[in-house]
Write a protein of this length. Structure first.
Lengths: 197, 252
């Protein structure tokens, strides 16, 4: 245990995902010896992200305004919505350049073991978007793992009565992986080859 | 770092849970055949190039090579024996029932590495039955819960009084007393389930699927309530997955 400020910093860093006590200590001492201007920039970036970034009121992607950049873009079609788990999946799909529709970010996947059911995700908001009748195709791009597949199953069942085309990204995406780790080419191919469910 | 001998061992296991760790790893909770519950790290498993692929996804039956570590063990090799993945995740009722089975198995093995062979067999059997769509997911789940509680030594008394042990069929059921209770022992506030519900619980415990499959929806609903209440009474913390089990969409 260190004293005061340095231990406080180690404790705070240690609460971040993927950072163990050893890494927390290493980062804390790196910050301690870093150039003050660099540390100020880091502190400001941390503060700004909480002050300025919020969730898009339409798709729940991260946004700096009421609506995100993608929802505001008039050149994109309103007829296709691609459902993803997290904002980082939007970035991964945008990188492929294959998709010109809109997104819906669920905020995770259904995972009963973690106590996450349909009501804990933005599924009700998705249903409301679909009620308007503009959407013709819903692409389910949840992660190709157990929770992602089960979430896609649930959504397909929910929207079935609405009579729109529901598709799932083609296989070729390795099961068990995270969408964000798929390279653009594989992900792009999975998009082109999406199949109806 | 001190010299440390990393002992290798091999076992087959059911994957119960899968949690993200750091950038690309996962902590996998396993119920092994001979080594009880084991938590092990699978390195790089979330990268799309991972050699593990889908093999360490929840509910699969896998053959593993593990390496002992100081705190966590790690998985060095994984071969699939039977992956139930799509056959479970493609049906929402099956998925939520499988989640409740996995959570129960985890909670009934509080001490890591303590062998739990009966529970292993029950868990594997229940997941296999779910994947095969042999019965409705809700019935498979309740049969599993009743038998798993039996393996833990606290199955509800169904054919004798939970208090005095007098054999017989009794119409009152008390969760705190431990099951059916005779008129002499019956505590205040005991439930009065329908005779059909008690018969269904007996059928599920004994594996009498012909009787179980023929039961009414209302009977099944009452039984799942009693089984859940009995289970929660014995576990210190509530099961998170149990309220999320979808019994409405439970087509086999
Ligand atoms: Zn948006
Ligand atoms: Zn009695």
């Amino acid at each position: 245990m260190y004293e005061g400020a340095i231990q406080d910093l180690i404790d705070e860093l240690g609460r971040l995902p993927g950072i163990g006590p050893k890494s927390a200590q290493r980062i804390a001492f790196h910050i301690l010896s870093a150039d003050p201007a660099d540390v100020t920039r880091l502190a400001q970036a941390l503060q700004r992200v909480k002050e300025q970034v919020r969730f898009c009121s339409v798709c729940f992607n991260v946004a700096e305004q009421e609506q995100c950049r993608i929802c505001r873009d008039p050149r994109r079609t309103d007829e296709i919505i691609c459902v993803v788990e997290e904002p980082k999946d939007v970035i991964a799909i945008e990188r492929t350049g294959e998709f010109r529709g809109r997104y819906h970010v669920l905020g995770g996947a259904i995972n009963p073991l973690e106590g996450i059911g349909p009501d804990n995700l933005r599924i009700r908001e998705l249903m409301e978007r679909l009620q308007a009748g503009t959407v013709k195709e819903l692409i389910l791009a949840t992660d190709p793992n157990t929770e992602g597949e089960a979430t896609a199953t649930y959504l397909a069942l929910m929207v079935k009565p609405m009579g729109l085309t529901v598709t799932r990204l083609a296989s070729g995406l390795p099961v068990g992986g995270d969408l964000e780790y798929a390279d653009e080419i594989t992900l792009g191919r999975a998009f082109e080859g999406r199949r109806a469910v | 770092m001190p010299a440390f001998r990393n002992r290798l061992y091999r076992d087959d296991a059911v994957v119960l849970r899968n949690q993200k760790l750091g950038e690309a790893d996962r902590i996998v909770t396993l119920l092994t055949r001979r080594h009880g519950r084991v938590r092990a790290v699978a390195r790089g498993v979330r990268r799309t190039s991972s050699k593990f692929g889908a093999r360490l996804e929840p509910f699969g039956h896998v053959d593993l090579q593990l390496v002992e570590g100081r705190s966590l063990h790690s998985i060095s090799q994984a071969e699939s024996i039977r992956l139930y993945g799509g056959r479970i995740t493609g049906h929402y009722g099956r998925y939520t029932a499988a989640s409740a089975i996995a959570e129960t198995a985890e909670r009934l093995t509080p001490i890591e590495h303590e062998p739990a062979q009966t529970l292993f067999q029950l868990t594997l059997g229940a997941l296999r039955a779910l994947a095969a769509g042999e019965h409705t997911p809700g019935l498979i789940l309740d049969a599993y819960l009743l038998r798993a509680m039996g393996s833990a030594g606290w199955a509800p008394a169904l054919t004798e009084c939970a208090v005095c042990g007098e054999p017989g069929r009794y119409g009152a059921f008390s969760v705190p007393a431990g099951g059916c209770v005779c008129p002499h022992c019956r505590p205040a506030g005991s439930a009065r389930p329908s005779p059909a519900s008690l018969e269904l619980m007996i059928a599920l415990t004994n594996g009498d699927w012909k009787a179980a499959d023929a039961s009414e929806t209302s009977t099944r609903r009452e039984v799942s309530g009693l089984v859940a209440a009995h289970l929660q009474w014995h576990l210190e913390r509530e099961l998170r997955s149990l309220p999320l089990v979808d019994r409405a969409m439970e087509q086999a």
